[in-house]
Design a protein around this ligand. Sequence first.
Ligand code: ADP
Length: 259
Amino acid sequence: AQAALLQSQKLDALGQMTGGIAHDFRNVLAAVAGSYSLLRRKTGDPGLLRTIGIGEKAVERADRLINQLLAFARRQPLRPERLDLAAVLPGVRDFARHSVGPGIVCQVAVEPDVWPILADAGQLEVALLNLVVNARDAMPQGGTIRITARNLPVGADAVTTLRLPPRDYLAIAVTDTGGGMRPEVAAAAVQPFFTTKDGDKGTGLGLAMVDDFARRSGGGVRIDSAPDAGTTVQIILPRAGADGEAPVDAAAPEADAAT
Ligand code: ADP
């Protein structure tokens, strides 16, 4: 619980900091990008063009980072609704297929008797696509991504190890056949800015955002991974009650109270 609180405070601080500087920072980036494109038009020198290309890549990376930071800063209030995963997940799979490229198969399997969940549909889709992108990155030689959903009745192992309040949950799992994670990587993976991807590829914010979303929705994230054994990341979310009761937005109560 202490670690969860720390994580949540870290994200709040990050949000406040980012909101303030993001706007100025983007203007600076736009000016740098503009200068590069001017230089590009004025020179035919291959060496200089290569250097300009490196600079442009750095600007792109900074832009991507600031966009992800902004998504954090905004920390959109959740609009939880009753969702039928059998309806939601095929859409996620179709979208995923476009972003993984050839060589990677995307499958969905939802058990027929799976319960409805209570979650924000848009933010759930973003979270799942984050997991799909990670799965893709873990399989440069191709492989299979499986998105599955199953019921976790009161007392289920996955729930008690996360120390969630006892009730019914669901697990939405994204499984890949990629290189997996060493234990110390798996342990650090949800920390903001933790990344093992080099240079312009990773921001280290994907899993932090997924974890934040799951906690605020009244659930959590579980990672099962081992080197060369692939990875399963599960988003655990509360079952929708018969009365459509709302989940606890523990980490950001003020954000939701405002809507
Ligand atoms: P990023 O993808 O930008 O690095 P994330 O927070 O999404 O940031 O992931 C953090 C790190 O966790 C990754 O750099 C990688 O080392 C590890 N990771 C995440 N998902 C997977 C996966 N499916 N397979 C192997 N490693 C993973």
